[in-house]
Design a protein around this ligand. Sequence first.
Ligand SMILES: [Cu+2]
Length: 289
Amino acid sequence: MGYSRWNRWWSILFLLVPVLGVATFAVSMAEVGPFHRHWLPDNVNEFGGVIDDLYYFILYLTGAIFVGTGLAQFWFMWKYDGGQHSEPVKYTHGSHTLEVVWSILPAATLLFIAIYQMNAWADQKMRRPVIDVGSDQEEGTADDVYQEPLAVVTGRQFEWRIRYVLPGEDGKTGTSDDDLHIVNDLHIPVNEKVVLQIESQDVLHSFFLPNLRVKQDVVPGMKQFVWFQANRTGVYDIVCAELCGWGHYKMKGRLTVESRSDFDRWVAEQYALQQSTQLPMTTSMTESE
Ligand SMILES: [Cu+2]
């Protein structure tokens, strides 16, 4: 096969892919130049650091292996350049030792990550905040009393329906006429543990709060909970992270983290608004009948 100038261009082009890929990562992480603010959004969740640590740990590990194998590959191509070596290729039957080594090393690495992340998984997905450990004084047992969800968030094509579970005038939750219904606009108090109940009305969605490092698939028929503690006020995104139909791209909501007093005021305002918009409708309906 002829060793033409084109081969050199092609190899440079292919070499640019991993080089530019790694450079993009490095520049984005450094938050400079055109990639400023292209890396992870600010973490405002008290419990979100563990997710970031895990993410960076896996990124550095896989990054180092990627760069290492890339360099090794480049070195072999350069060392055994077909243009410089005219003798025919010698095929060997492989190495049993090498096979064992490169099977065991990745397996051990994956097993290590699986064990290393267990606590993060349990904290994020299993240890739902408990307000009372019960008579046995031990958390994680059957008599635990869980913190009630602040709101039920229902994903449906293509919006997030939010129902605040309020005690209302009778002081009891569960009487549905007390509840506050909102679409795509979730407000939560800052510096408090918040539990949300997540449901789907139709298909698979994924409730994703990037700034809180919360991402949970929303499965129809399942009752699921997410929890977090926001530590900075502000307005953040709620997005759907599971392709759920043609309008998936617009399934966005807004999360407002505010002080407890602002939150209480907002709830009262929205509740009053809900009552005032519902009453005339009811009246006109009865009049027309
Ligand atoms: Cu969706």
